[in-house]
Design a protein around this ligand. Structure first.
Ligand SMILES: Cc1cc2nc3c(=O)[nH]c(=O)nc-3n(C[C@H](O)[C@H](O)[C@H](O)COP(=O)(O)O)c2cc1C
Length: 190
């Protein structure tokens, strides 16, 4: 009887460790499978998905946990067109802004980039399309801060576009090439 219980416990432990291994592998494989969505369709995204994506941005780490960022959701098509002229209806833009006040030891662009990437991956993980843009940032900061209701004292750092993606575009054709491993990775030697 005792032996059976121990065997059962060991089996459960094995399952738990296998599951943990799978989860880690799944995350790595998932990251390796992502690409910036180039073709969206106009089916709107679910409110619950958007909220979860924003929560993932809020969860991002920041220097000294200062969280000096704001996320502005733009869903009005006329406003969205001011940011990305050929935007697909039903897409949502999240403008990630960082505090204009510089603080020693804090690189606000870096923190905002982490929040943006968290939301990018969350959207992709939910099966949605996502694309990061910094091209429109200059125009936003020069001309659109009031129109888009970017909070006072903050400047746009990045724009995240999310929406449902065109399922006819497969990951292989949409993927952009990366430099080779040895071109990027080196090791410090004595
Ligand atoms: C910080 C940043 C800024 C970007 N800005 C733009 C942009 O302004 N316009 C655009 O079309 N794509 C933009 N992209 C998308 C990149 O061009 C894209 O990530 C890169 O080509 C690699 O392709 P992949 O994401 O499909 O692997 C940006 C990506 C990042 C990370």
């Amino acid at each position: 009887m005792k032996k059976n219980i121990i065997t059962a416990l060991l089996f459960v432990l094995l399952l738990v460790s296998l599951h943990a291994q799978n989860t880690a592998d799944d995350v790595a494989d998932f990251i390796l499978s992502t690409y910036s969505t180039k073709s969206f369709i106009n089916t709107p995204i679910q409110a619950a998905d958007l909220e979860k994506i924003l929560m993932c941005g809020i969860k991002a780490p920041s220097a000294r946990n200062t969280q000096l960022w704001k996320f502005t959701v733009v869903r009005d098509i006329a406003l969205e067109r001011k940011v990305i002229s050929n935007i697909t209806e039903g897409n949502i833009l999240i403008i990630v802004s960082g505090s204009e006040k510089s603080q020693p030891g804090i690189d606000i662009s870096f923190d905002c980039a982490l929040a943006t990437q968290n939301m990018y991956l969350a959207a992709q993980g939910l099966g949605l399309g996502a694309h990061i843009y910094t091209g429109p940032v200059e125009n936003i900061n020069k001309n659109l801060k009031t129109t888009l209701k970017i909070p006072e004292g903050y400047k746009a750092i990045a724009v995240l576009r999310i929406g449902n993606k065109d399922s006819r575009v497969d990951a292989t054709t949409a993927a952009s090439k990366r430099k080779g491993y040895s071109e990027i990775v080196n090791e410090s030697t004595k």
